[in-house]
Design a protein around this ligand. Structure first.
Ligand code: SF4
Ligand code: SF4
Length: 221
């Protein structure tokens, strides 16, 4: 428990995100997640600030996953704290140590992760449909039609990536894999979901071979 706490406080961002806390509650008053969940950014900051190691550990079992990472709290705090930034550090430590809470929260996003990593590209709205996510549960069929109507109706453009999100060069994909490897993204994935990691690793190996073949072909020409 103490090791986990130390790891959080030794993160290079920690001192920038936590200066002290007035306990004024402005962050919680403006936090969207606090309105819907048993969650308070003020509480998170107070636990860290007062070095309440046990409660910090407990908060990592559930509460920290309620944060939407919108950073409204950081914009409003008179002490220039960033509760959302502190939550981000806590989440990263939870993932690194394979907390069960992290596994549960991330499990439904496995298909998204698979898409993003295997194509090395973004997720576009049209990908959230039953064909692409057959294992996303029975209700995906019911909401799919409405989603299409809503996407067309809202003023913010959401469909401009429909074409490009499926396209990525082989070279870019291979470069992205290398970045994810070197920055520890893939090892975090291995900690969270070994099966998904194995599938992705096979895919990456295949793409790398394709890339090597392509390079050889260029040299021959
Ligand atoms: S970043 Fe998290 S804690 Fe901060 S306001 Fe948004 S949801 Fe709340
Ligand atoms: S707004 Fe800042 S000072 Fe006020 S309770 Fe939240 S973290 Fe503490």
């Amino acid at each position: 428990m103490q090791d986990i706490f130390n790891e959080i406080t030794q993160d290079f961002r920690y001192d920038h995100e936590l200066n002290g806390c007035l306990n004024c509650g402005i962050c919680t008053a403006t936090c969207p997640s606090a309105h819907f969940y048993d969650y308070s950014p003020r509480e998170i900051v107070q636990l860290l600030w007062t070095e309440n190691v046990e409660q910090v550990y407990n908060a990592m079992q559930e509460k920290i996953w309620a944060c939407a990472q919108c950073m409204t709290c950081a914009a409003r705090c008179p002490f220039r704290n960033s509760p959302g930034g502190l939550v981000m550090i806590m989440r990263e430590v939870a993932i690194k140590h394979g907390f069960e809470s992290a596994k549960q929260v991330l499990r439904p996003f496995g298909r998204v992760m698979l898409k993003l990593i295997t194509t090395g590209n973004q997720l576009s709205p049209d990908m959230i449909q039953p064909d692409a996510f057959p294992d996303w549960g029975p209700n995906i069929q019911k909401v799919e039609g409405d989603l299409q109507t809503l996407r067309n109706a809202i003023p913010v453009k959401t469909l401009q990536t429909v074409e490009t999100a499926w396209e990525v060069s082989l070279k870019t994909s291979v470069e992205m894999y290398t970045i994810w490897e070197m920055t520890g993204v893939l090892s975090s994935l291995e900690t969270m979901d070994e099966n998904l990691y194995d599938v992705i690793e096979d895919f990456i190996d295949e793409k790398r071979e394709d890339y090597e073949d392509w390079l050889e072909e260029q040299e021959e020409d």
